[in-house]
Ligand binder design. Structure first.
Ligand code: SAH
Ligand code: SF4
Length: 412
């Protein structure tokens, strides 16, 4: 609650709804959410279900968990009552606590979720963002709390890694969003912000929240397989995008084993500049990164790689940079996503002027790349690309600043 109030103080215009569904932090029961089919079958056999029935039960449970979005075994009407009670004694389906929900003036929503430790190290808080548009709704999902990488333009990069999220925690972000958006059967869509005009509320998922998804491969894979499975959350793989800063050795596996769309955070066309903006470049330079892209499984003109390019004033935004970008991507089925830089407190860069961005976009468009300029969304609630940071870390940073000011004051 203190955290929710703190967010409200920071952004007085953003409505904050606190503590929507709480999980007892000390619940010792494991969750069934996020398990692969094999893991769930094993868990059910461990709970006394006959091995011959396990596969059928997994299908049944997936339908209830991911299609219907139930949080209580009692609602699973095609499962015998005594089995429901037995499962409820052993497993939990509880959602994480929603510490805060903020709605931007442009309809973007941001949730701060708190996950209990449940064997994963320690309790953590994570931000998830929903961006409604006319015919679609995109959910921006986090894969880690913090990030080990230190891209100089990214707010998350200023936060050290706390830990990887589990598959349960990644899937739970999607389930909570769908609960809140009335996206499960029988749900009611909210009326306090823009929503897609028809169809599902969450039509697309982008792994572009906090963290580097390819440094948490197994959990991200398990979660995205559930998101794309017809008996799971049932989103087409073409509507799921994994964004990486360029973890070259994992890129092929991402295509092979997860099969989702790929986005590369490129941001610079020369190694000397990319070394600074995306320090991982020192390990995997541009040429190696693009070679991995050329070999991405399933790559074709119908399944292009998106190259993300953040527009930083006077740093990477000249017409010469635009032309070099076009040359660099020659021969790769690609889209270019120009992202106006989203500032955050203390950020060392400025966003390029609009005219400069348009000139840059013209050059890449004329070279045949569809290159939409991504309109900044949710900036007023710090929900735009690269602005996410766990609220606890934000509070600690503010406390450190305040403490620093006090110490400085004493010294004067
Ligand atoms: N770690 C992954 C995914 C999370 S970042 C990656 O780096 O790709 C999601 C996207 O937001 C990336 O393209 C990242 O470069 C971009 N981004 C980070 N900080 C930003 C900022 N301040 N303004 C605009 N985009 C930013
Ligand atoms: Fe991590 Fe991506 Fe931010 Fe870089 S841009 S610090 S990889 S979250």
């Amino acid at each position: 609650m203190a955290v929710a109030l703190d967010i409200a103080r920071q952004n007085p215009n953003a409505p904050v709804l606190a503590a929507v569904a709480a999980v007892p932090a000390d619940d010792p029961r494991p969750s069934l959410i996020g398990l692969t089919r094999e893991e769930m079958a094993e868990a059910l056999i461990g709970a006394g279900i006959a091995p011959a029935q396990a596969r059928m039960r997994v299908s049944q449970l997936w339908h209830w968990l991911y299609h219907r979005g139930v949080t209580d075994f009692a609602e699973m009407t095609n499962v015998a009552k005594d089995l429901r009670a037995r499962l409820a004694g052993i497993f939990t389906l509880a959602r994480p606590e929603i510490v805060a929900e903020q709605i931007s003036t442009d309809g973007t929503r941001k949730w701060l979720m708190r996950f209990p430790a449940r064997g994963a190290g320690r309790p953590v808080e994570v931000e998830t963002v929903y961006i409604p548009e006319e015919g679609r709704g995109t959910l921006c999902v986090s894969s880690q709390v913090g990030c080990t990488l230190t891209c100089t333009f990214c707010h998350t990069g200023t936060q050290t890694l706390v830990r990887n999220l589990t598959a349960e925690e990644i899937v739970a972000q999607i389930l909570v969003a769908r609960d809140r958006l009335g996206d499960h059967p029988g749900g009611t869509a909210p009326t306090d912000g823009a929503m897609p005009s028809e169809g599902r509320a969450v039509t697309n998922i982008v792994m572009m929240g906090m963290g580097e998804p390819l440094y948490n491969f197994d959990h991200v894979k398990a979660a995205l397989v559930i998101a794309s499975d017809g008996e799971g959350i049932a989103l087409s793989r073409r509507r799921i995008t994994l964004s990486t800063s360029g973890v070259v050795p994992m890129i092929h596996r991402a295509g092979d084993e997860i099969g989702v769309m790929l986005a590369i955070s490129l941001h610079a066309v020369r190694d000397d500049l990319r070394d600074v903006l995306v320090p991982l470049n020192r390990k995997y330079p541009i040429a190696e990164l693009l070679e991995a892209c050329r070999n991405y499984p399933g790559l074709s003109n119908a399944r292009r790689i998106t190259f993300e390019y953040v527009m930083l004033k006077g740093v990477n935004d000249s017409p010469a940079d635009a032309r070099a970008l076009v040359r660099l991507l020659n021969g790769i089925p690609a889209k270019i996503n120009l992202i106006p830089f989203n500032p955050w407190p203390g950020s060392p860069y400025e966003c390029s002027d609009w005219e400069t961005i348009e000139t840059f976009a013209d050059i890449v468009n004329k070279a045949g790349y569809a290159s939409p300029i991504r309109t900044p969304r949710g900036r007023d609630i710090l929900a735009a690309c690269g602005q996410l940071k766990s609220e606890t870390q934000r509070m600690r940073a503010r406390e450190r600043l305040a403490l620093g000011a006090m110490v400085a004051g004493t010294a004067d």
